[in-house]
Design a protein. Structure first.
Length: 240
């Protein structure tokens, strides 16, 4: 793992690096998950004109409640020292079609080692990007997961895409993403299911299959394990 990123004062000079990147949304939040800064791409995504319109607000001011809850839970883990590393997900609201993106989040520390906030980026998967070798070597794997998450995906399948042996692939994936390949896929499938539960009228059985689960029983078990409620309860909560 890399050394903690330390911000003793407002990190605006560093934030300026992200202003010219039209396909990368960048933000900085305090320890209570309120926005301190957002780059131009994020402002445009929320149809905002100036950073003052986002400062001091949270994701609940801009996103549907079920997405804001997901972002909040992520941020809660990040301010405890965790990281979100190259997680693929669908990003978008109700008026625009969602797009596949890659999200990263890190904790921010002061000089004493105390977490004082978080920072993150989201980039579109179809946008060209230069990444460190340790991450770019998995670009094809992430694209393969994106295109095949509805089917059965074994570590052997993913290792073949990466050009590595299964053992080497599993080790490198865990080191890079801080998660096993199968846990990574299960998290993606649950997030896909969340969107379908809120935005469609499909049955739970249909959503289970559409999200890549073997059956509704497996879907219910994994959904409840990750989110602490059943898919049916989740739908009722966010649809009313």
């Amino acid at each position: 793992m890399s050394e903690p990123l330390i911000f003793a004062t407002k990190p605006w000079p560093l934030a300026e690096l992200f202003e010219p990147l039209a396909d990368v949304q960048f933000w900085i939040k305090d320890a209570k998950h309120r926005y301190l800064h957002a780059n131009r791409a994020l402002l445009l995504n929320y149809t905002l004109g100036d950073v003052s319109e986002v400062t001091g607000k949270t994701d609940y001011d801009f996103s549907p409640p079920f997405l804001a809850d997901q972002f909040w839970l992520d941020d809660e883990q990040v301010v405890k020292g965790a990281r979100v590393v190259n997680r693929i997900e669908l990003v978008g609201g109700t008026t625009e079609p969602p797009r596949w993106s890659v999200t990263n989040k890190i904790p921010l520390y002061n000089e004493t080692g105390r977490v004082i906030g978080s920072s993150g980026t989201t980039r579109w998967m179809d946008a060209p990007v230069n990444t460190p070798a340790s991450l770019s070597s998995f670009d094809q794997v992430l694209s393969y997961i994106r295109d095949h998450y509805q089917t059965s995906l074994s570590n052997a399948d993913l290792a073949r895409v990466s050009g590595l042996s299964v053992r080497t692939f599993e080790r490198r994936f865990k080191h890079t993403f801080q998660d096993t390949p199968q846990a990574y896929i299960r998290r993606l499938r649950v997030r896909i299911a969340c969107r379908l539960l809120v935005y469609t009228e499909r049955s739970l059985a249909e959503i289970a299959i559409d999200s890549g689960f073997a059956d509704q029983s497996h879907f219910n078990h994994e959904f409840r394990r990750q989110l602490g409620r059943t898919p049916g309860d989740y739908r009722l909560h966010y649809r009313h």
